[in-house]
Design a binder for this molecule. Structure first.
Ligand SMILES: NC(=O)c1ccc[n+]([C@@H]2O[C@H](COP(=O)([O-])OP(=O)(O)OC[C@H]3O[C@@H](n4cnc5c(N)ncnc54)[C@H](OP(=O)(O)O)[C@@H]3O)[C@@H](O)[C@H]2O)c1
Length: 318
């Protein structure tokens, strides 16, 4: 089964789905078979560029001969489409933020477990070559356990018609951008025990800016996200014997500097290629071939830890 070709279907044919389809071309042993979106023309333009067939309905897509589904719609429909795909017997890779809240995520995970299918959030950073190299580097040349994480990003380039400004579809800076920062905190520090948040809502009720800090068993994180300010998107990981700076945009990580307390500075440089989506997709295809139901890099518990931070931060400033 090692060289089994993984056949993919896509639900939702927007910007992220395009980058997924572009990335899929760089994944060996994977092929795009079917695309369904609400509007036929968006499916058609994706199929024209990247191949596969247009499905005329969700049912047609789910009944087609595919192994896995990429859910690239907006967050308010992630849970429903993930569950529908799982119930149709397909493995699911679902865009970030993986659901609207923890309760929905628990339902999706429960469905995947019950049906014995693979489910993973499409959270790209840990699959980038730089991120993997950084982990390997710190294992071989340690700077002490990471005890403090600082990360954030704000962009004022978000047009007013962008879904990030829509409350109903799961918009807001925390869901769109803060999710990456929460991931970084949870990935290095584990589950958050406390979340403190300050923020500002837009007139349409989404958080236009949020700063949030978390306390974990062995450390702390300070984060921010914004839709109407321009802030740098670098990240810092701090240990007893040094710190790492991951260059902006850190969630597409290609460069990091490890600065040791003894004065040594190590530069890590791992350029990305293509759309960057191919790394997580190749990992996901590998898990299917191995019959694994959960990623060891991005386990369900990690997605849940991220979602719990977002739930608490969003509730605090609602
Ligand atoms: N991993 C990354 O680097 C990355 C980058 C960008 C975005 N994202 C994530 O990807 C997701 C999509 O973002 P995007 O930028 O691609 O948005 P987008 O360009 O607006 O595309 C969203 C797509 O989903 C479809 N859609 C939305 N709601 C739907 C529903 N209820 N049922 C069926 N189709 C629906 C839209 O259809 P219509 O055309 O009919 O509206 C559109 O095709 C978000 O969760 C976002 O956070 C991830």
């Amino acid at each position: 089964m090692e060289d089994r070709v993984i056949r993919w279907g896509i639900i939702g044919a927007g910007g992220a789905a395009r980058r997924f389809a572009e990335g899929l071309r760089d994944v060996s042993g994977a092929t795009l078979c079917a695309v369904w979106s609400r509007r036929r023309e968006t499916s058609a333009s994706l199929v024209e560029l990247f191949g596969g067939n247009i499905s005329e309905s969700l049912n047609e897509l789910l009944a087609s001969e595919i192994d896995a589904v990429y859910v690239g719609t907006l967050p308010d429909s992630h849970a429903a489409y993930s569950i529908a795909a799982l119930q149709a017997g397909k493995h699911v890779l679902c865009e970030k933020p993986v659901t609207l809240d923890t309760e929905q995520l628990e339902q999706v995970i429960q469905t995947a477990r019950t049906l014995g299918l693979l489910f993973m959030e499409a959270m790209k950073p840990p699959f980038y070559p730089l991120y993997k190299r950084l982990r390997a580097h710190l294992a071989g040349d340690p700077m002490g356990e990471v005890r403090f994480v600082r990360a954030g990003y704000a962009t004022s380039n978000v047009p007013r018609e962008h879904p990030s400004w829509q409350l109903e579809t799961g918009g807001g800076s925390l869901m769109g951008i803060g999710v990456y920062q929460a991931f970084l905190a949870a990935d290095w520090l584990g589950e958050a025990q406390q979340v403190q948040t300050l923020g500002r809502l837009s007139t349409r009720g989404v958080d236009a800016f949020a700063m949030f800090q978390t306390q974990h068993r062995d450390g702390f994180a300070q984060m921010y996200s914004g839709l109407d300010l321009s802030g740098p998107g670098d990240a810092v990981l701090v240990g007893a014997d040094g710190h790492v700076t991951i260059a902006a945009p850190w969630w597409n990580p290609v460069r990091a500097t490890v600065s040791y307390a003894d004065g040594r500075v190590v530069l890590l440089d791992e350029p990305m290629s293509g759309s960057g989506f191919q790394y997580e997709t190749a990992h996901f295809c590998g898990l299917i071939r191995l019959g694994q139901l959960e990623s060891p890099v991005l386990p369900h518990a990690l997605s849940l830890a991220v979602m719990r931070i977002l739930d608490r931060a969003r509730t605090a400033i609602r």
